[in-house]
Design a protein around this ligand. Structure first.
Ligand SMILES: [Mn+2]
Length: 201
C-alpha cells in the first residue's frame, strides 16, 4: 500500500463529463489527489471549449498534482503563474483534511460547489469570486467548514444549469448521483462536468 492509498479509501467518488457536441477534447478537467491525512479535489474549466481549452485546463491540473498538500490559496496562485499568457481557466479547489475534520475551499470564476451534510443540517455553498486564473485574480480568501463522515461534495462547471444539487439523492452512490445530475442538468451547449465525492462513513 502506498503512503496515500488510505486517504483514497476514505472517499468514494463519481464523475460525469462530456465535451460540447462536435469536439473530442473537453475544456473541463478535474483532479483528485491524496496527500497525508487529506485529499485535494479540483475542477477546472478552460475558457472556451475543445482542444485549446483542454490543453490549458490540463496544465492547471498537472501543476496542482505535485503540490496537493499545499493550502488552496497557494495552489491557485501556482496555477495563475503557470497559466500566464494562456486563455486562462476558472476553477474551484477543495481540500479535505481528515485529521482536523475540515474542508478548505476556494473558487475563482463559476465552478459551483456544494457540500451536503450527512446529518441533514444546512448545506454549505462555495463562495465564488470573479476572475480568470492566468489573467486576473481577485483577492483570495479561502473558506473553512467542518467535514464529517458521510458528507458529500458536488462540483460542477457551467455546462450544467444551476440548481443541479437538488437532484442529489442520498441513497445513491456518488457515481449514480453524478450520472443523474448530468442527465437532468447538462445544458448540451458547452463542455460539462460534474464531480461527486463522498467522505465514507
Ligand atoms: Mn464552461
Amino acid at each position: 500500500m502506498t503512503e496515500t492509498t488510505k486517504e483514497m479509501q476514505l472517499i468514494e467518488w463519481g464523475i460525469a463529463t462530456k465535451a460540447i457536441p462536435g469536439e473530442v477534447e473537453s475544456g473541463d478537467q478535474y483532479l483528485i489527489e491524496p496527500f497525508p491525512n487529506g485529499v485535494l479535489i479540483a475542477v477546472v474549466d478552460g475558457l472556451g471549449h475543445g482542444e485549446k481549452a483542454s490543453i490549458v485546463a490540463k496544465k492547471a491540473v498537472a501543476e496542482m498534482k505535485s503540490y496537493s498538500h499545499e493550502p488552496v490559496i497557494s495552489l491557485l496562485r501556482r496555477c495563475h503563474v503557470r497559466l500566464k499568457g494562456t486563455r486562462g481557466v476558472v476553477m474551484s479547489l477543495v481540500s479535505f483534511n481528515f485529521h482536523d475534520g475540515i474542508v478548505d475551499w476556494l473558487g475563482v470564476g463559476n465552478v459551483e460547489g456544494v457540500l451536503f451534510r450527512a446529518d441533514k443540517s444546512s448545506n454549505e455553498r462555495l463562495m465564488l469570486r470573479g476572475g480568470i486564473v492566468g489573467y486576473r485574480l481577485p483577492s483570495l480568501h479561502e473558506a473553512t467548514v467542518p467535514l464529517k463522515k458521510g458528507d458529500t461534495l458536488i462540483l460542477a462547471t457551467d455546462g450544467l444549469r444551476s440548481g443541479f444539487s437538488e437532484a442529489l439523492t442520498r441513497t445513491n452512490s456518488p457515481q449514480e448521483n453524478a450520472d443523474l445530475i448530468f442527465s437532468k442538468y447538462s445544458r448540451g451547449t458547452d463542455d460539462a462536468l460534474v464531480l461527486v465525492v463522498r467522505y465514507r462513513n
